[in-house]
Design a protein around this ligand. Structure first.
Ligand code: F3S
Length: 640
């Protein structure tokens, strides 16, 4: 029986375990990617674990998220990140050089590599035939120290592409189509492998857009083959020697097969406020737009911005609409300038912004109250823009640019013009001036923004406490620890950051948790979806929360809860979720530490000593040992 590409790469990198569904496998990591809001904790943990040197071939920390503050906290954090990277043998990409996934794919990623990133959109690397996985910071810190990453063996889903994109349809519409069909939970536990004759019609930047947003499906990773187009793209980047041909076997078998006819794809749009609220653009055409933005790790590539420049060339942005374009890397800006395309953008009235994450996480360009923002981004979770009451739509750069000109959401097929035809330039090379290399003699600079990660005690025998809050479905890590400028400035100081935990759902949560010195978060489906930020779990530990009982969990967040010793339980029967009320007293019947250690798959929870329900414990043996030890850092420190 033939192997999928996922199986081939996992077998090549297997350091232990079994490549069988339901099992776990230890994966050797070739490359590590960090960014500046989750990266500081990773480095704090790396240092706490007393590693001497970064072990993977490549470990790069990008200053991309947190560059718009004016009180010096951001630059102090960047100085820590630069010096700690240099000291231990990593690279540091300066602020303004670009967004981690964009710069990494231009400069470092290689077909066939495994990459672990402290950012959920690490799946982007699948566009190059590399297995990029987003993970919690502690797992990334361990990978930096040379430890393999333990992965639940994923199901491999084949997305068989036929036909070619036609007219105004784009790669963004392909992934929106998958979100429309499968929902934000449709990819949980899976790697999406793209196969079929349609693959070769997609350029590498288009493949990266699709792979990037498989994260919105909840997928573990995504993979395109590495083929002639990959080789050609690496040649443009001046890195052809990194090429390696990779494809699944012809007789590979997949868990599931999804067929997508690219020629039948039409322009799509995600309505507020979930990436899977997808409808044809024609359904919402005519909606006035106050703000349009193109950028991010999804749609900020040279290809995307050149497409925008082509559409606005000779036109003007509508007078009632702001149009911001933020190319995702300095390399893109340089090439756009070389080709005279920036001129077209400026002449049309575009606000050309820095190469940062910026508006994607509410840092700048926050939409005004009661306004409509149309963005070529990957997420539109309520409040992520920085306005808690926002109304954000997601679409392709083509739809956003066309709408910026008309001042209302428009199906570009209704415009009296041909779709843009953008080809990539032969030379997309650039110097490494903004990437700082290793320097083992560097003194590590620690400003006030750099805190410490507390060690949790072992899991006690008795766990009892109130249901501190009861949340609904699809709680995102943004809800748990917001990515606003104010909160991000304390992300690397867990004690200070705890004051903001879950306040977007319940503003008294930190106070209640501290007063109760224990207790539970109760939640519905898909708890912890979205970003990989580990402080969404760490802060619960800092506040003394015992556990989360949810209908189910997003993958990375579940792992983060285990890593920080917060018990993740699922309702065996969802009717118990309906009955529980905030403030109810929840206690576990029996010795919890013994139950978890002993492999119990269900435990009984008493509610107000009045009624009980069963909660499921979906944990591997290693995860059980970690939880009993009070989390991974406590476990490893005790073993040292
Ligand atoms: Fe940055 Fe937004 Fe991507 S925060 S890494 S541009 S999802």
């Amino acid at each position: 029986m033939g192997a999928t590409l996922t199986e081939k790469l996992l077998s090549e990198h297997c350091a232990g375990g079994e490549l069988e569904p339901g099992e776990t496998i230890d994966v050797e990591i070739d490359q590590v990617l960090l960014q500046d809001v989750l990266g500081p904790l990773v480095w704090i943990e790396f240092e706490a674990l007393e590693f001497d040197e970064v072990e993977p071939d490549v470990a790069v920390t990008y200053a991309d998220h947190q560059v718009y503050q004016f009180d010096g906290d951001d630059t102090a954090t960047h100085k820590y990140l630069r010096t700690v990277s240099q000291r231990y043998g990593g690279h540091f990409s300066k602020p303004g050089n670009g967004i981690c996934h964009q710069v990494h794919r231009e400069r470092f990623i290689e077909p066939g590599a495994t990459l672990l990133g402290s950012d959920s959109h690490s799946t982007t690397m699948g566009g190059f035939g590399a297995l990029g996985i987003g993970a919690g910071g502690l797992d990334v810190a361990l990978a930096m120290g040379g430890e393999p990453y333990t992965l639940n063996v994923p199901e491999v889903v084949e997305v068989h592409l036929i036909g070619e994109l036609d007219g105004w349809a784009s790669a963004k519409d392909v992934i929106l189509e998958l979100l429309r069909r499968l929902s934000v939970k449709g990819g949980v536990g899976s790697v999406f492998e793209f196969t079929g004759p349609g693959v070769v019609s997609l350029s590498v930047p288009e493949r990266c857009t699709i792979a990037n947003m498989t994260t919105e499906l909840g997928a573990t990773s995504a993979l395109f083959p590495s083929d002639t187009r990959t080789r050609q793209h690496l040649r443009r980047l001046g890195r052809e020697d990194a090429f390696r041909e990779l494809s699944p076997d012809d007789d590979a078998t997949y868990e599931e097969r999804i067929e997508v006819d690219l020629s039948a794809i039409e322009p799509l749009i995600a309505e507020p406020s979930m990436p899977d609220n997808v409808v044809p653009v024609s359904e919402v055409a005519g909606t006035p737009v106050d703000q349009c933005i193109v950028g991010t790790c999804t749609n900020g590539s040279y290809f995307d911005v050149a497409t925008v420049a082509n559409i606005v060339d000779g036109a003007e942005v509508a007078s009632e609409t702001d149009f911001v374009v933020a190319p995702a890397s300095k390399r893109s800006i340089e090439i756009l300038a070389r080709e005279g395309r920036t001129e077209a953008l400026y002449a049309a009235g575009v606000n050309l912004s820095e190469s940062t994450c910026g508006a994607c996480i509410g840092q700048g360009h926050v939409p005004a109250p009661e306004s409509v923002s149309l963005r070529a981004f990957n997420r539109n979770f309520k409040g992520r823009s920085g306005n808690p009451d926002d109304s954000v739509y997601l679409a392709s750069p083509e739809v956003v640019a066309a709408s910026a000109i008309t001042g209302e959401i428009v199906d570009p097929r209704d415009l009296d013009r041909d779709p843009p035809a953008v080809s990539l330039p032969d030379d997309m090379t650039r110097t490494d001036a903004e990437i700082v290399g290793p320097n083992h003699r560097a003194d590590v600079y620690r400003g006030e923004t750099i805190g410490t990660v507390p060690l949790k005690p072992r899991l006690p025998s008795e766990v009892r406490g109130p249901a501190l809050t009861k949340a609904g479905d699809n709680v995102t890590t943004d809800h748990i620890v917001p990515a606003s400028a104010e909160v991000m400035s304390v992300w690397s100081d867990p004690q200070a950051c705890a004051d903001y935990t879950l306040t977007r759902i319940d503003e008294d949560f930190p106070e209640k948790a501290r007063a109760a010195d224990g207790g539970w978060v109760v939640a519905g489906e898909n708890y912890g979806q979205g970003s990989s930020r580990e402080n969404a779990a760490l802060e619960l530990a800092v506040l003394g929360v015992d556990g989360v009982i949810a209908k189910d969990f997003a993958r990375i967040h579940f792992a983060n809860l285990v890593n920080f010793g917060v018990l993740p339980l699922t309702f065996a029967d969802d009717t118990a979720y309906e009955r529980i009320e905030e403030g109810d007293d929840l206690s576990i019947a029996g010795d919890v530490a013994d139950l978890v250690r002993g492999g119990a798959e269900q435990i009984t929870v008493r509610v107000n000593d009045d009624w009980t329900f069963e909660a499921s414990v979906h944990l591997t043996d290693a995860e059980r040992a970690t939880l009993v030890a009070g989390g991974k850092l406590s476990q490893l420190k005790r073993e040292q």
